[in-house]
Ligand binder design. Structure first.
Ligand SMILES: Cc1ncc(COP(=O)(O)O)c(C=O)c1O
Length: 426
């Protein structure tokens, strides 16, 4: 019988990992089970989606119950309980004063967030950041600057987008005085407003509160607060793209809480329904109220089954999973620091909660992409699935489910010690 790999000739391969000699048969908790009998510890979580692990029972049950009740009726036409209850719940998580528009994917939520900012301010320009990833629609590709592959052959992208520097302090070309964030990351906005775009023409500053695809880069809190001040000064709306950071990933429900900075608009997706497709634009009520009929919408948004799954997901996250994830994140980081003490090729270890990046470098401090690829390959051969990220593809990223156990982290650490001994030598 031919393998899944052989039978997949008709599937467009968007991702290099499709070269793997096996497919996934089923998944449960922190584990993937392959069609050739392997069991893999999944520290990719479907790219930061299965925050409660695979097939979390209460989420599956909620989705099944909603399937029996109603699959679709269209949120452009009717109100229904699952959507309304989820919107109320998310507004509650924001502390009130917001409204929610539901769509299907992260890119759709970012599109919606930026459209809303343009519509509400009637201003054309957007400031985004180098190293950012916001999705693959034409507008999201226009706002993305982590890899030119996402833009190649699509040039002639959305105009009036200006890219600023995101403060990646490891390897920064600027001088750090007393370990503080270099002043250039602050003063760049004045420069941008003086030379390139009038601040009153800017609708929004769009940022990931932790850069994901760009290398799990955590910006200094005082810089995030400064961006908020800049927005307030010029009437620019602050959009946080929490597609990857949201729903418990950084140790709080949202990364804005971790930074102590509230956005005007937030896009979220991925972990919102623990695997069912759903995304949301969450905007301040006074901004959302400017969006009149026809200004935005979509047939499949707020799918009732996805909304029911999201409600059960939030129950579990608030019921202990976020706190457990924060605790496991601290434990995992502590163990990885011990590994780093033995291997100087780990140039930087950073992250919040269970969003952890390990930047691999050559002895001269330059990015070591080959070693990163070797580590993820060997980890897979030894039973742990890991992804990489970073503009230089030299960051190993750990996206364990928030429900991960200490024993599973210990298993991953055991594999990492074996892998490093093989990949780097002892
Ligand atoms: C921060 C961020 N924004 C947007 C997206 C796009 O989400 P989707 O792939 O669901 O369109 C991603 C996906 O990785 C992301 O990490």
């Amino acid at each position: 019988m031919s393998t899944l790999q052989e039978r997949s000739a008709a599937v467009m391969p968007p991702f290099a990992l499709h070269n793997l000699p096996f497919g996934i048969d089923h998944a449960q908790g922190s584990w993937l089970y392959t069609d050739d009998g392997r069991k893999l510890l999944d520290f990719g979580s479907g790219i930061a989606v299965n925050n409660l692990g695979h097939n979390y029972p209460a989420v599956v049950e909620a989705a099944k119950a909603q399937l029996d009740k109603m699959v679709h009726c269209c949120h452009n036409l009717f109100h229904y309980e699952a959507e309304t209850a989820l919107a109320e719940r998310i507004v509650g998580l924001m502390g009130g004063g917001y409204k929610v528009y539901f769509s299907n994917s992260g890119a759709e939520a970012v599109e919606g967030a930026v459209k809303l900012a343009k519509y509400a301010t009637e201003r054309p320009a957007v400031i985004a950041f180098k190293g950012s990833f916001h999705g693959r629609t034409m507008m999201c590709a226009s706002l993305t600057a982590s890899n030119s592959a996402y833009r190649k052959h699509y040039e002639g992208l959305m105009p009036s987008i200006y890219f600023a520097e995101y403060p990646k302090l490891f390897g920064t070309p600027y001088r750090m005085e007393d370990g503080k964030c270099p002043r250039q990351y602050f003063t760049q906005f004045d420069d941008l407003f003086k030379k390139l775009v009038d601040p009153y023409s800017v609708a929004a500053i769009l940022m990931e509160p932790v850069q994901g695809e760009g290398g799990y880069v955590v910006p200094p809190r005082e810089w995030v607060q400064y961006v908020r001040e800049i927005c307030d000064k010029y009437g620019i709306l602050l959009i946080f793209d929490e597609v990857q950071t949201g729903f418990g990933r950084t140790g709080n429900m949202f990364a804005w809480q971790t930074h102590g900075v509230k956005p005007d608009i937030m896009s979220c997706a991925k972990g919102i329904a623990n695997g069912l497709p759903l995304s949301a634009v969450v905007g301040r009520a006074d901004i959302m109220d400017k969006w009149t009929a026809g200004a935005h919408g979509g047939t499949f948004g707020a799918n009732p089954v996805s909304c029911a799954a999201a409600l059960a997901t939030i129950d579990a996250l608030e019921g202990g999973a976020v706190a457990h994830g924060a605790e496991m994140g601290a434990y995992f980081m502590g163990e990885l620091k011990k590994l780093q003490a033995e291997y100087p090729c780990i140039g930087d270890l950073r992250g919040l909660g269970l969003m952890i990046g390990m930047e691999m470098v050559h002895p001269d401090g330059t990015p070591d992409r080959e070693l990163t690829a070797r580590i993820t390959k060997l980890a897979l051969e030894n039973g742990v699935f890991l992804l990489s990220c970073g503009c230089d593809k030299n960051v190993v990223r750990f996206i364990a489910p928030l429900t991960v156990s200490k024993e599973e982290i210990d298993f991953a650490m055991g594999v990492l010690y074996t892998v490093f001994a093989q990949a780097v030598g002892e």
